[in-house]
Design a protein around this ligand. Structure first.
Ligand SMILES: C[S@@+](CC[C@H](N)C(=O)[O-])C[C@H]1O[C@@H](n2cnc3c(N)ncnc32)[C@H](O)[C@@H]1O
Length: 318
């Protein structure tokens, strides 16, 4: 099939679907280049489509066929209830991380929503702000989902950090797309893991992170659509991929409140060493959790304030 004068939106979508072997991708591309949303495209399927829309769509199809992930081509991707802007400075948000964010959100709700109309302050036990840190926030996927899904009547502050200034620019763009009431509860700070959080010793109720956890060896085996497009610094960590996970787990206890919770996404193969490390480092209620494909995918644990810092634990002994 070729397109020319008199082609309709329906013709364009059919052609792109054939080229890409994917009807959803064809629709997403037409939505992007036409500025129409998915609900409007269907009724317009017999309407004539402008030449410049066809040209733009064909260029994007060329990029997908050359191997670029559809998410970067569309410059946006859905994560839980958010449509996030993304570019090649940030990892494409993954479905498994949606489960991690959901766990954090459920944890906050369970603690504070057992009573209708409850506010944190009603409990009288903790008059401080409820604070969540999302380390290596990237597009802001976890931080912004927490801020958006936890109702604004709760006094909550979410702080996202990232070493990459470019990633934080993306996170800030995504923050600006949200309601002001949500925006007010979120801060993004540049720096390595806890380095920019000197003012937040013993200040967080939850520290969550989806850090880089792929070993340099595994990285070489990844598909080129990952290696050639996604930022390496978002993916690779030393020591069999464990170095950033261990660094965060070792330092979180200085920043978590008494009984605060650490939540870390990792590779299924890293669950055992990570659980062992958390237990040795005095975390309690250490648990592993499954992702949507029922693979063990993240760990959580709590810490008592003033627990011994795990600096002296040797990773090689795990
Ligand atoms: C796997 S990505 C996760 C991004 C996002 N949280 C998500 O789940 O989609 C890891 C993130 O950690 C950031 N990162 C890498 N090294 C870091 C460091 N030393 N300190 C802080 N962030 C770092 C990367 O820039 C990247 O955004």
């Amino acid at each position: 099939m070729t397109l020319g004068r008199g082609s309709s939106y329906g013709d364009l979508i059919d052609l792109l679907a054939t080229e890409l072997r994917s009807f959803p991708q064809a629709k997403w591309i037409v939505e992007k280049v036409s500025g129409l949303d998915s609900a409007s495209i269907g009724p317009l399927s017999k309407e004539l489509v402008a030449d410049d829309v066809i040209d733009k769509a064909m260029k994007l199809v060329g990029r997908v066929k050359a191997g670029e992930p559809i998410q970067y081509v569309l410059e946006s991707w859905d994560f839980r209830y958010l449509r996030l802007s993304i570019n090649r400075s940030v990892l494409i948000p993954r479905p498994e991380t949606e489960v991690v964010a959901g766990y954090v959100i459920d944890e906050i709700r369970q603690r504070f929503e057992s009573r209708e109309d409850a506010t944190f302050k009603d409990y009288g036990i903790d008059k401080q702000l409820f604070r969540v840190a999302d380390l290596g926030t990237g597009s802001g996927a976890i931080a912004l989902s927490v801020a958006k899904e936890i109702e604004s009547r709760f006094d909550i502050e979410v702080i996202g950090t990232d070493l990459s200034q470019e990633a934080l620019e993306v996170a800030k763009t995504n923050l600006e797309a949200l309601d002001l009431s949500v925006q007010n509860g979120v801060k993004f700070i540049q720096g390595s893991w806890f380095d920019p959080l000197d003012d937040y010793l013993l200040a967080f109720d939850i520290v969550v992170s989806n850090p880089p956890y792929i070993s340099p060896g595994q990285y070489e085996e990844l598909d080129s659509c990952v290696k050639d497009f996604e930022p390496k610094m978002a993916l690779v960590a030393a020591d069999e991929g464990l170095s950033d996970l261990i660094h965060i787990a070792s330092n979180a206890m200085r920043y978590l409140k008494n009984n605060g919770m650490l939540v870390l996404e990792c590779d299924p193969d890293q669950i055992d060493p990570l659980v062992k490390f958390l237990k040795q480092a005095n975390y309690y209620e250490v648990e592993s959790h499954l992702d949507l494909a029922l693979r063990p995918r993240f760990v959580s644990g709590r810490i008592k304030a003033n627990s011994l810092v795990a600096e002296n634990l040797d990773l090689r002994e795990i």
